[in-house]
Ligand binder design. Structure first.
Ligand code: DAH
Length: 346
């Protein structure tokens, strides 16, 4: 019997060794240790043995059962481990792979230009103020030396909401509001960026909604040379340090004298190109010395106080600075357009 147990053990160990999956291990288990196994029938025959033999055969059977059980357990464990390792290998995550690119939003080009202008003026001690986009005819025109019958009103086709209220056609309305507010604390200097509206047909260079920055300085002994120096700095900051400006006499009802300011062409070095239309100069803004009537209307004595003002179109600056040929690009939120302005500085 002892040899039979030994034989079972050897056969079982050999077969267990060949097992490659859980099913085979389970089959081997019932084949070698199950109720219908040779092992079980040998055990059943033990009753006929003498006590002496029983002890000997019993010890052998225990040993064989233990060896087979351990072999089955360890085989099962190694099969499971292997399966787990295989799965881990298959599902392996490569931490060194570059991640999917996330699209990071950037500032809108008009915001970038506005902030750049704000930074410049804040560095010169200006306040940045905000004003309402719906304002009165009084603030937009009347107080700015543009009475109801004034022909210059035609140049600013406005959106009227009522007889008296309109969408502001320029940020110059803020000149009136800030002068009235600052009557007590003169002198002052400020800029006012914001949206403006006109009844223009939209095309490549016109939009019914656009944005401006108004500048206003009021104080004693303010002269045209202050205005010129300020705008020269502005032109250099926005279009490059070698830029020059020139003043061309113009007309605005709220300034006297009035000028349009050109900047020397940054594209062709003033040789003449399509950006400066062959002239070497590009028009960038309107400005002038605050008209005595406007000062007076807003409570400032023109004999004592002077001021300069300017108004610049943010879109115009952005179009020149970034070479944008169609103003509508700023408003359509096309990712392909906006993607070109990843905090690019000139
Ligand atoms: N408000 C004018 C416009 O929208 C621009 C302007 C011209 C503003 C002269 C000013 C200025 O402050 O002094 O066309």
């Amino acid at each position: 019997m002892i040899e039979s147990f030994e034989k079972i053990k050897n056969e079982a160990l050999a077969e267990i060794n060949e097992c490659t999956d859980e099913v085979m291990v389970n089959n081997a288990k019932s084949k070698y240790l199950g109720k219908k196994s040779e092992f079980s029938s040998l055990m059943a025959g033990m009753g006929q043995l003498s006590n002496e033999e029983k002890r000997e055969v019993g010890a052998k059977s225990n040993e064989v059962r233990t060896v087979i059980s351990e072999a089955l357990d360890s085989k099962l464990k190694s099969i499971k481990d292997e399966a787990l390792n295989r799965k881990l290998e298959e599902d392996k995550i490569d931490l060194t792979l570059p991640s999917k690119k996330r699209h990071r939003g950037t500032k809108h080009p008009l915001t970038m230009v506005r902030e750049e202008i704000e930074d410049l003026f804040v560095s010169m001690g200006y306040d940045v103020v905000d004003g309402p986009e719906v304002d009165s005819d009084m603030n937009c025109f009347e107080m700015l030396n543009l009475p109801k019958s004034h022909p210059a009103r035609d140049a600013q086709d406005s959106f009227y909401i009522t007889e008296e209220m309109l969408l502001r056609p320029h940020t110059s309305s803020m000149q009136v509001r800030s002068m009235l507010e600052n009557v007590e604390k003169k002198p002052f200097k400020l800029i006012c960026p914001g949206k403006t509206y006109r009844r223009d047909d939209d095309d490549a260079t016109h939009s019914h909604q656009f944005s401006q920055i108004e500048g206003l300085v009021v104080g004693e002994n303010i002269s045209l040379s202050d205005l010129k120096g300020t705008l020269e700095l502005f032109a250099k900051k926005m279009f490059g340090k070698d830029r020059e400006i020139r003043f061309r006499a113009s007309y605005f009802p709220f300034t006297e004298p009035s000028y349009e300011v050109d900047v020397s062409c940054f594209s062709c070095g003033q040789k003449g190109c399509n950006i400066c239309k062959g002239t070497g100069w590009i028009e960038i803004l309107g400005c002038g010395m605050v008209h005595p009537n406007v000062l007076r209307n807003c409570g400032f004595d023109p004999e004592k106080y002077q001021g300069f003002a300017f108004g610049v179109g943010i879109e115009r600056v952005a179009m020149l600075k970034y070479g944008v040929s169609d103003i509508r690009n700023f408003y359509t939120n096309d990712y392909r357009f906006l993607n070109n302005f990843d905090r690019k500085e000139m």
